[in-house]
Design a binder for this molecule. Structure first.
Ligand code: WT7
Length: 697
């Protein structure tokens, strides 16, 4: 039977959406509220999933378009989120409507009528509590390299910030921003190191209703410029230098390079500079010294009253085509989900020390270094360095020193650290650890086992959470305290999340991960709502399309199988292959470039570039380095190709499209599995590329 016919024989279409996770919702709601779930999921018959056309015995959940339908929003998830929002967020004014959606027009809204401010009260800065909140990295790594002994004394040791100090600093910085003319709705670019000042800056923006756009301080001047321009930022906050892994990174210089274009220089009226290292010449003419300016301000700033749907921040991420997308997150929906997930997914309990070592340049840093932990009054740690400096014991030394209870990192870091001797881990006391988190890419079973057995001594929960910049918070994650974790799978939806695995064609083997409504979804792409609507809501009407493939196993657990578009994930950094290709074309000698991801044992995916040089262009010993430099200049170090294969030709369809599918297989050494190449206009190109590939490896 085809999927279509077996699906049509199922008792009710909506039952197909979620039979596999009904149980978790129920026990979860009991856990959190002592109440029962009354939604679509319990009212449906336990329908067997339709058998799949791909012939798997326990087929993935597949829906034919004619069964897409809107869920009943009067109960279930909406009810759950409404309760959570009232429980975890401090409102100046309660909301009157939990949610309203018109996804055909890309309209997503939650908690309508509510008024709040993310920087206030239990929303990130209880002014009267003296809970140490921000524990930045050990500044001692600075002294080894600092010629300035006075600075050394000032910075040696660990800085701790109490909630009351956080509150005062946020207010002072907010007053500095106001003085610089920043108003509600204005965008402010943050290009900063991981110190408390970046947290002050984010919350200061939130306090006055400005929208922060954090750009990871590893991006190049060109990337920074395009993000400043796209967002229309009139103010940039940066530091003289960043310090990472014992190296100094000249942030102010990069900002200067970014502003060195007419458009950008005209747009940006103010550059605020945090003196991080105090390097001579760190500030330029016209700059405002951030720390000095804050010292002159009073430690109180009236918070702006914001409606739920007003934006809290924007954050750029890569799509498969074109410019990076500036995703805009809402105030109330995002805050609610960040707060609830920080508690429930990572089992945060009052008094715990929570450490997410992500940089705030990524969504993980927004949700689990800043907004989630601070909304819950937690102690959160800021990590400024790299996991291998001064040696591979860095994380575990921190765990011992601070008594960390929840530790959250990336698969890439785990794979890198497991290459070194276990003693780097075992010589430190890790008995405080309860939960070990991972996100950003699949946590492959080998890495999962090392994390579990060596780091967690076999007794901690490994929480592999699947989510995206767009979703703001995890959609899938195993439940703490259950013993059914499966290495490599994020497994099951979080409470209030309704995933669906959909295909647009019953014969298609590619199944896409989609998600039904939830509060922390990004609301738009800055300046391009049309792109937002069509990319995310236009593929499967009514559902948010993630861009990932997925499958469901015999137990009903979900596995993410990777991107189904031209996006690659290198060390947990998301990049469009098109961006890297156009960076390569910036090198004048390149005629054509095709970039694909390939399996890399530490990075997850490496960057493999096939490059055709222009006629007359000679390959020299420097060619590869020049091409890499072009990518570093235009995007940043994280996008630099691991392998560059200069090739005379690329496989193309008759209509002239590069067949990346074939290039991906070759890069992964899967020569025997190329599929049909007879439809190519130049099948001989494939043989030549394979021969060269073999020669490289
Ligand atoms: C893409 C999103 C997690 C937030 C930071 C990255 C991949 C993310 C997992 C996971 C398998 C994962 C997906 C997703 N991804 N987490 N646990 N298992 N894949 O956010 O930069 O927006 O990247 O990362 O492909 O689409 P992002």
């Amino acid at each position: 039977a085809s999927s279509a016919s077996s699906a049509s024989s199922a008792s009710s279409p909506s039952s197909l959406l979620q039979p596999h996770h009904r149980h978790h919702h129920r026990c979860h709601l009991r856990l959190l509220n002592g109440q029962q779930w009354r939604g679509v999921s319990t009212s449906t018959a336990a329908a067997a999933p339709p058998s799949s056309s791909s012939g798997e015995e326990h087929g993935p959940l597949m829906l034919h378009p004619k069964f897409w339908q809107t869920l009943d929003d009067s109960g279930g998830p909406a009810h759950f989120w409404g309760e959570q929002a009232r429980r975890h967020i401090t409102w100046y004014h309660d909301f009157h409507t939990v949610q309203h959606h018109d996804t055909d027009r890309g309209i997503v809204s939650w908690f309508l009528g509510g008024i709040l401010n993310a920087s206030c009260a239990s929303n990130c800065g209880r002014c009267n509590n003296v809970i140490p909140v921000v524990k930045p990295t050990n500044y001692s790594e600075l002294h080894a390299h600092s010629a300035n002994s006075q600075l050394h004394l000032k910075l040696a040791g660990v800085k701790q910030v109490s909630y009351s100090e956080l509150h005062a600093q946020v207010c002072k910085l907010a007053n500095v921003l106001k003085l610089a003319g920043v108003k509600k709705g204005d965008r402010v670019c943050l290009y900063m190191p991981m110190t408390p000042y970046v947290v002050y800056a984010m919350l200061a923006c939130a306090r006055i209703g400005a929208v922060h756009s954090v750009v990871f301080a590893g991006f190049s001047a060109t990337s920074l410029r395009s993000r400043i321009l796209d967002a229309g930022c009139k103010v940039v906050i940066t530091a003289d230098e960043a310090v990472r892994g014992g190296k100094r990174i000249p942030l102010r210089q990069t900002v200067a390079d970014a502003l060195a274009s007419d458009g950008c220089a005209d747009l940006v009226s103010t550059v605020l500079v945090q003196r991080r290292t105090g390097v001579e010449g760190g500030l330029r003419a016209g700059d405002i010294d951030l720390i000095d300016a804050m010292a002159k301000e009073r430690p109180y700033c009236e918070p702006e009253m914001l409606f739920s749907e007003e934006p809290l921040f924007m954050l750029y991420t890569s799509g498969s085509t074109g410019q990076p997308k500036g995703l805009v997150h809402s105030t109330a929906g995002y805050m609610t989900q960040a707060a609830v997930t920080h508690r429930a997914i990572f089992d945060y309990q009052p008094g715990d020390v929570y450490a997410c070592v992500a940089d705030v340049g990524w969504i993980t840093g927004h949700s689990y270094v800043v907004y989630g932990p601070l909304a819950n009054g937690a102690t959160t740690l800021l990590f400024e360095s790299i996991p291998t400096y001064p040696d591979s014991g860095r994380y575990w030394e921190m765990v011992e020193r601070y008594g960390i209870n929840q530790f959250f990192t990336t698969p890439t870091a785990i794979r890198r650290l497991m290459k070194d001797a276990d003693e780097f881990v075992t010589k430190y006391d890790r008995s405080s650890l309860r939960v070990l988190g991972s996100a950003g890419e699949p946590l492959n079973p080998e890495a999962w086992k090392w994390y579990h057995n060596v780091v967690g001594d076999g007794r901690c929960d490994i929480i592999d959470s699947w989510w995206q910049t767009e979703t703001g918070a995890p959609m899938l994650a195993p439940l703490v305290g259950t013993n059914n974790h499966k290495p490599g799978a994020a497994m099951q939806p979080f409470f209030g999340i309704t995933p669906a695995i959909l295909n647009d064609d019953v014969r298609s083997a590619v199944l896409r991960a989609c998600v039904y409504r939830n509060p922390s979804m990004a609301r738009t792409i800055h300046g391009d709502h049309e792109r937002y609507t069509s990319t995310y809501w236009g593929v499967y009407p009514g559902y948010y399309f993630t861009g990932d493939g997925a499958r469901r196993d015999e137990d009903g657990h979900l596995w993410i199988t990777g991107r189904v578009d031209d996006v690659i994930n290198v060390s947990g950094h998301r990049m469009g292959t098109a961006e890297i290709e156009s960076a390569l074309l910036e090198h004048g000698g390149v005629a054509e470039a095709a970039v694909v991801g390939y399996p890399h044992d530490v990075k997850g995916q490496g960057v493999y570039a096939y490059v055709i040089l222009k006629a007359g262009e000679r390959v020299t010993a420097e060619t590869a380095d020049e091409l890499k430099a072009a990518v570093r200049r235009s995007i940043g170090g994280l996008a630099v190709p691991d392998v560059i294969q200069i090739t005379p030709d690329l496989p193309k369809t008759r209509s002239g499209k590069i067949m990346r599918r074939i290039l991906r297989k070759i890069a992964a050494n899967q020569y025997d599995d190329l599929g049909d190449v007879t439809t190519l206009s130049n099948p001989e190109a494939v043989t030549a590329i394979i021969d060269d590939h073999k020669a490289i490896h």
